[in-house]
Each structure stands twice: as structure tokens, then as C-alpha cells.
Ligand binder design. Structure first.
Ligand code: C2E
Ligand code: CA
Ligand code: CA
Length: 789
């Protein structure tokens, strides 16, 4: 575009008005000049003709008289006076006779020339004397014409100036408000408008312009205000989006249609390799080649996509678990604008899930796999290997006692030591686990798994038989283990565990500190056990169990000093079941309290009746170790109250396992029983762990020497010595001593020789029903005493 010089409106108006005026003036001057020229020419021609006529008349005489001097004088005068520049006189024949011109004159074509015949009239006769020719130079007109033009020009110029002045003044008056409006507009444009639009009060077009401008300004201000509001909200909107993108934990990248990154938030830069605004989106910089290629195909095909990817954090170098989603961005008409990638970091969740999974599958105290993981692994190995897997279950001996007497921290420390030993066995083919409490497990897979596991088990059991130094204390514990082997994918993991558990049970029953391998007869034993459990439950509910009473006599006087209550169960199909079989079942299945309650109430009622009838002795009841630790003294006392039986008619038989398993709390319960008035007898003495030195610790009233000693008395000198020592020590501690299982008179005499006080055994008779026992007690009365209520 051509750049035009800035010419003000006033100048343009001035120019446009002055040019016509100027042209008119020019035209008028030209017209005047021409006019003047005409006038001058006419005047000159008149002057020429006059001169010609006058000169021709003046020359007629001298020519007639042929007076040359006169002629020349005349011609000289003419040339001197007027404006004639050349005079020529010709005779009648046409020959020039005189010619004269003013000095410096040179004839020109447009000079005003004229000629006249010279005639002389005399005596009524006219004589042609020749002719006169004069010339007036046109240049004589120049000077007056010049003067005239000059004066005209001067006047015209003055008029023009006057007109210009007037126009300028008029225009100035007109254009000032326009100029002001222009300035206002400029100020508006430049943003320094003071708000006042001049000329609004005017009643002319300028006033209208000013008014329109004012309205425009008002509207513009409103628009600007609206725009400002719009801009503000747009600014806030974009700030919000920017902040959201900056603070989101997700990585966000937008690329345009050429694949150039146009937006990338901070996490985007950390997640998506070398992604940065302005660069080409480069999937290969953070994705494995195949996944990158796949994603590129999706982007090319305008498809959405989602996948999980593992990549590295650009700053920390940590592994990231990303959930990546993306797809094309289209406008409302569906045209492709670019693509978007969004990735959320699931690493924390993945780590958390990993931790949760670990916690769910591991024991929190020892860090060993827990039962769940062990069972899962067993199932997996059976499926995988298709061959044998051996399962070991183990538990610690006397763990409860350690926990109770030394406290849980000591118990926990022991478990950690054991866990450490188990863990040291673990390998690709061996898994160690803690199942809970003091139960541990080991799985071994592959050929010979049972032999390998048996070796491991024997080593562990031997190790655990040694005193364990735990947290500065030496603990005596032990371990029993059971092993079972499964093979093939059809094998049930739960069955393997059940069998190993049966073997463990057997190991414990067989005397602890042993490893037992599952065998089929174990199964039948277990089956019988579970059958008996159900039947015992029913028998107790129906009151099928009955007490029998075995008499106890004084070795010296032969007097009945008491009875021991023994439980009897006669099952209709199974026949008589020995208490040696059903008592452990009752203990294991939580039926022992109910069984004891039924025996005690019946025995106490009998004892109360016998007591009332004058019997001075005591009726003994067996209290299982399982009853201790749960206020067995209150249990006994409640039964005494219920049966209205005096405590002085009752004795409680306990075994040393009571004190071994329950520690101090059992001793307190024993004392509480004695405070009730119940005497306490230590049953099966000499078996298990008991030693003579233990006696001091047991605050009992009576010792019952185990039948195993009694049966050996006749042939074993050593046994006689032991029984003698027991009796002596017992007496020294203020206790009475009973010999159990005395079947013969020899037994009786030997026991007596050993210093034993009382006797119980088949020599005196088998256990009796209440009726028979009553008959034995009160033979003269012949009838049992049955009380009401
Ligand atoms: P125990 O307390 O040692 O009871 C004595 C056992 O020796 C009884 O066996 C009795 O019948 C048996 N016996 C008595 N005299 C002789 C004899 O001269 N020779 C032989 N070889 N044995 C004799 P039983 O009744 O089979 O009881 C076995 C065990 O079952 C008892 O041993 C006792 O520990 C337990 N028991 C029995 N009834 C109860 C009960 O009601 N409660 C609890 N907790 N245990 C009971
Ligand atoms: Ca007993
Ligand atoms: Ca006994």
C-alpha cells in the first residue's frame, strides 16, 4: 500500500477551494490579456490608418511640387513623433523614392503595415502621385500590455490571498472541533482518553458526530468491562486448569496433529521419557518397543487405548507402575486436533498391594510364610510337580508354660529362635512356615521328599531338645513333629495337612520329642477317636456315664479310708470304653469339664450320704490338668454346695502335669482347694517328669505311687528302695502315701514294708458301683442309704 503524506482536512479543504479560485483567476487574467491585446491592436490600427491618411495628405503637395526636402522633413517628423517605425514612398510607377526607418527597427511579419495612394487635386483635376507605405512594429504594444497584465496579476493575487485568508479563517473555525474530535479519537486509540468528548453541545453535524462518538465510547466501555470480566474469568479458568495439571499426580501430555507436544505437565515430564513442550512425542523413549509401536498404531488409527506399563521415574530412577490411557482429540465436528496421553502412577498402590499381600501371606512375628501361603504352596507344588510333596507339622512342648511363667516377650523370643532354625532349612524345594501359636510347618518337594524331610525333622527335634538360650534366659522346651507325604495332582492339600497333624498328635501322645510319620493304622485310630468324640458328646448329654468307686484301705488296720471315683462308659454297640481312651478325647474336645461335673455331683452326693451315715473317710475325684487355670477350686466348691457335701468328705487327685503346665496359678488353685477343706493327692507319682525333689514344690496332702512301681516291687530291689524313699520323704513333708494297683498280698506286704500308708488295687477289689460301695462300707446295715434331693 502506498503511503500517503499526511495532509490535514483543513489543508485539503483549503486546496480544494483555492485551486478553482486560482484557475478562475488565471482564466480571468488570460481573458483580460487577450481583451487588452485586442483593444491595443485596434487602437494601433486606428493610429496607423490615421497616420497614413494624414501623412499621404501632407505629402501630396511636396510630391506634386517635387520638393524632396519637404518630403524628408515630413517623413522625419512622422518617425520622430509617432510610433511609426518605417516609412516608404513610391512613385506612380511603383519605384521607391523615399524610405526611412527608426534606428534599430527590423521588419517582422506581424508588423502592422499599410499603404495609401497619394493624390493631388488641383484645378479640378486629380493627379496620382504614387503611394505611401508605413509600418508600425507590433512590439510597441508589449509594454502597455505588460503593464496591464501586471496590474491585473497584482489585483488577482491580492484577491486570491484575500479569498484564501477568508477560507482559512472559515475552515479554521469549522475544523477546530473536528481536530478536537480527532484528538479525542487518537487519545481513545492510545488509551489516554480523559473521558471528555468536545462538541457534544453543538447543534450541527459535528455535534452529531460527538454524540455518536460518545455513545460509541459508552458502548465500548461497557464492552471493555464485559471483556475484562470475560478475560478475568478466562484467566482464572486457565490458571485453574494449569494449577490442576501441575498438581495432579497423573502425567498429562497433549500433542498436536503433527505429533508435537503442546502441553506437558510436570509429572508428564517425569513419566513420559523425553516428553517436553515443542518436541515430538517419542513413545520409544519410555515404552518397550512393542508397546510403543502398538500405541503409535492406535494414535495413527485415531483409536483410544489403555494399558499398564512399567517404566522409570525420570528423576528418582524408581520403577513406576503406570496405567496409561490415551486417544485422539477431536473438535465438535470430529476433525482431528491431536492426541492425549494420561498416565496414573500405581506404584504406591502396587507397593502397598505388595506389602498387603506379604502381610497376608506372612507371619508378622517371625516373617515366615503363614498357613495360607503354606497351603497355597502345597497346592501349587502338587499341581506343578505331579510328584511327591511331604508335609511336616511341628509344635513346641510346654510352650504355654513358658509363655505363662516367663511372659509373652520370652515366648515371642523363643518363637523367633525356632523360626530362625526353620528358616535356615528353606530352599527352592523346601518351605518353612509358621502356622500360628507354637505350630510350625515345612514342605519338601521332589523325589525322596519324605526321607529328606525326616532328616530335617530329626535334626530340628534334636536341636530343640537342647536347652535354648533366649534373651539371656535358658529355656527347656522340646518339639514334636508329624510328617505325611502326598503325590500327584489329585492329592488334596488339606488331606496332607490333616495326616501330618495326626502324625504330630501321635508323636505327642507317644511321649513328645519325637518325629512320627503318618501310616494307615493311625488313620483308623483317628477315625475311632472322632467316632468316640461324637458318641461321648451324646453320652454326656444323656447321662450315660456312671461313676464307680474303688476302695482305699489302711495298710495297717485294713480299714476303708476312702474311695477313688472312676468314670465308666458302657456304649451299646462299642461296649465298655476305657477311661484311658475317652478321658484324653474329652480333654481334647472340651468335654472334660462337663464329664467332671457329672462325676463330681454323683460322687459328692454319695460321699455326703456316706458321711452322714458316719463314714469318716474321703471320696477322691480325678481333676484333669485341663481344668486348672480356670478356677477349678470354685468349680469344686460350687459342686460341693450344689450337692450339699462337706469338703472334709472329698479328696482331689491331680497329676504333676498340672503344675508343669500351669505353673504358679495351679499352685494357687491347689492351695485354694485345701483351704476349702478338700485334701489333694498327687496321682501317678513316679511317672513322667516327677522326681523326689519336686515333692517339696507340691503342697499336697497325699502321694499316690504309680501302679507301675507297685507291680515291680516283688522283683525289683531298686523299686522297693525308690518306693521306700518316696514314703519316707512324703512323711517327712507331712504327706500320706498310697500305693496304687496292688493286686496281690505280696504287693500289699511289700508296700507296707516300704512304709506306705494306704492301699488301692484289685487286691482290695475292683471299682464298685455306688450300691456295692455302700454295701462294702456298711455291711451290717445291708442297705444303701439313698437320700432324697
Ligand atoms: P488312675 O487315676 O490311676 O485310676 C486308677 C486306675 O487303675 C483305674 O483305671 C483303675 O481301674 C485301675 N486299677 C485299680 N486297681 C488296679 C489293679 O490292681 N491293677 C491294675 N492293673 N489296674 C488297677 P481306669 O478306671 O481304667 O482309669 C484309668 C484312668 O482314667 C485313671 O487312672 C484316671 O487317670 C482316668 N480317669 C478315670 N476316671 C476319671 C475321671 O472321672 N476323671 C478324670 N479326670 N480321669 C479319670
Ligand atoms: Ca486317680
Ligand atoms: Ca493313678
Amino acid at each position: 500500500m502506498m503511503h500517503l503524506p499526511h495532509i490535514s482536512f483543513r489543508s485539503r479543504l483549503l486546496i480544494s477551494m483555492l485551486i478553482p479560485v486560482f484557475l478562475i483567476q488565471c482564466f480571468s487574467i488570460a481573458h483580460e490579456v487577450l481583451d487588452h491585446k485586442e483593444v491595443f491592436l485596434t487602437a494601433l490600427e486606428q493610429e496607423r490608418d490615421l497616420m497614413l491618411r494624414f501623412t499621404a495628405a501632407a505629402l501630396a503637395q511636396p510630391m506634386h511640387h517635387e520638393d524632396p526636402v519637404q518630403i524628408q522633413t515630413l517623413i522625419r517628423d512622422i518617425l520622430a513623433e509617432g510610433r511609426v517605425a518605417q516609412v516608404q514612398v513610391f512613385d506612380a510607377s511603383g519605384a521607391e523614392i523615399f524610405a526611412q526607418q527608426t534606428p534599430g527597427y527590423s521588419p517582422a511579419a506581424d508588423d502592422l503595415q499599410a499603404s495609401q495612394r497619394i493624390t493631388y487635386t488641383g484645378s479640378n483635376q486629380t493627379h496620382d502621385l504614387g503611394y505611401l507605405q508605413i509600418a508600425l512594429p507590433i512590439s510597441v504594444m508589449a509594454e502597455p500590455l505588460h503593464t496591464a497584465v501586471l496590474s491585473h496579476l497584482t489585483i488577482s493575487t491580492l484577491v486570491l490571498m484575500a479569498i484564501a485568508l477568508i477560507i482559512t479563517l472559515a475552515l479554521s473555525h469549522l475544523s477546530r472541533p473536528l481536530g478536537e474530535i480527532t484528538q479525542t479519537l487518537t487519545a481513545m486509540r492510545n488509551g489516554n482518553f480523559d473521558g471528555v468528548i468536545p462538541g457534544r453541545e453543538r447543534r450541527d453535524e459535528i455535534g452529531l458526530i460527538a454524540q455518536a462518538l460518545h455513545q460509541l465510547h459508552e458502548k465500548d466501555s461497557e464492552l471493555a468491562e464485559l471483556r475484562a470480566q470475560d478475560n478475568e474469568s478466562a484467566r482464572r479458568e486457565s490458571k485453574r486448569i494449569r494449577r490442576a495439571l501441575q498438581s495432579t499426580r497423573d502425567g498429562v501430555v497433549l500433542a498436536d496433529e503433527t505429533g508435537k507436544v503442546v502441553l506437558c505437565n510436570p509429572n508428564g515430564e517425569l513419566f513420559f521419557g523425553d516428553a517436553q513442550i515443542g518436541r515430538q512425542l517419542n513413545l520409544k523413549s519410555w515404552l518397550p518397543a512393542d508397546l510403543a509401536a502398538q500405541t503409535e498404531t492406535h494414535i495413527r488409527n485415531n483409536e483410544s487405548f489403555a494399558f499398564e506399563a512399567t517404566t522409570t521415574h525420570n528423576l528418582s530412577g524408581h520403577e513406576l507402575n503406570l496405567l496409561v490411557r490415551g486417544g485422539p482429540i477431536r473438535d465438535e465436528r470430529g476433525s482431528y486436533l491431536g492426541s492425549m496421553l494420561l498416565a496414573s502412577d500405581h506404584s504406591d498402590q502396587a507397593r502397598q498391594a505388595e506389602r498387603v499381600r506379604f502381610l497376608a501371606e506372612h507371619d508378622s512375628l517371625t516373617g515366615l510364610p503363614n498357613r495360607r501361603l503354606m497351603e497355597q504352596t502345597l497346592a501349587t507344588w502338587l499341581q506343578q510337580e505331579g510328584e511327591e510333596v511331604s508335609v511336616l507339622l511341628a509344635d513346641l512342648d510346654h510352650f504355654k508354660q513358658i509363655n505363662d511363667t516367663l511372659g509373652h516377650p520370652a515366648g515371642d523370643a523363643l518363637l523367633q529362635v525356632v523360626a530362625h532354625r526353620f528358616e535356615s532349612c528353606a530352599s527352592t524345594y523346601v518351605m518353612a512356615a509358621r502356622l500360628g501359636g507354637d505350630e510350625f510347618a515345612i514342605l519338601v518337594k521332589g523325589a525322596d521328599s519324605q526321607d529328606r524331610l525326616n532328616n530335617i525333622a530329626n535334626r530340628l527335634v534334636a536341636e530343640m531338645a537342647q536347652p535354648q538360650e533366649v534373651a539371656g534366659q535358658v529355656l527347656h522346651t522340646g518339639m514334636s513333629a508329624g510328617i505325611a507325604t502326598l503325590s500327584g495332582p489329585q492329592a488334596q492339600p488339606s488331606e496332607g495337612i490333616r495326616r501330618a497333624d495326626l502324625a504330630l498328635y501321635e508323636a505327642k501322645r507317644g511321649g513328645r520329642g519325637m518325629v512320627e510319620i503318618f501310616h494307615e493304622t493311625l488313620e483308623t485310630e483317628i477315625n475311632r477317636k472322632s467316632l468316640l468324640e461324637g458318641e461321648l458328646r451324646r453320652a454326656l448329654a444323656q447321662g450315660d456315664l456312671r461313676p464307680v468307686f474303688q476302695v482305699q484301705t489302711d495298710l495297717t488296720s485294713g480299714e476303708v479310708i476312702g474311695f477313688e471315683t472312676l468314670a465308666r462308659w458302657h456304649h451299646r454297640q462299642l461296649g465298655t470304653v476305657s477311661p484311658a481312651e475317652f478321658i484324653p478325647i474329652a480333654e481334647d474336645c472340651g468335654l472334660i469339664r462337663e464329664l467332671t461335673y457329672q462325676m463330681m455331683t454323683q460322687a459328692f452326693r454319695a460321699a455326703a450320704r456316706w458321711h452322714e451315715a458316719g463314714f469318716q473317710g474321703r471320696v477322691a475325684v480325678n481333676l484333669s490338668p485341663k481344668l486348672f487355670g480356670a478356677q477349678v477350686d470354685e468349680f469344686v466348691n460350687d459342686c460341693l454346695f450344689e450337692t450339699n457335701c462337706p469338703a472334709s468328705a472329698i479328696e482331689a487327685e491331680i497329676t504333676e502335669t498340672v503344675v508343669l503346665a500351669s505353673g504358679q496359678s495351679a499352685l494357687r488353685e491347689i492351695q485354694a482347694l485345701q483351704e476349702l477343706g478338700v485334701t489333694v493327692a498327687l496321682d501317678d507319682f513316679g511317672m513322667g517328669y516327677s522326681s523326689l525333689s519336686y515333692l517339696q514344690k507340691f503342697p499336697v496332702d497325699k502321694i499316690k505311687v504309680d501302679a507301675a512301681f507297685v507291680s515291680k516291687l516283688p522283683e525289683s530291689e531298686e523299686t522297693r528302695a525308690i518306693v521306700g524313699a518316696i514314703a519316707e520323704l512324703g512323711h517327712a513333708l507331712g504327706m500320706r502315701v498310697t500305693g496304687e494297683g496292688a493286686e496281690t498280698d505280696a504287693h500289699r506286704q511289700l508296700l507296707k514294708a516300704c512304709g506306705v500308708d494306704y492301699l488301692q488295687g484289685y487286691f482290695d477289689g475292683p471299682p464298685l458301683t455306688e450300691r456295692a460301695a455302700t454295701a462294702r462300707l456298711f455291711p451290717s446295715q445291708g442297705l444303701p442309704l439313698k437320700r432324697q434331693g
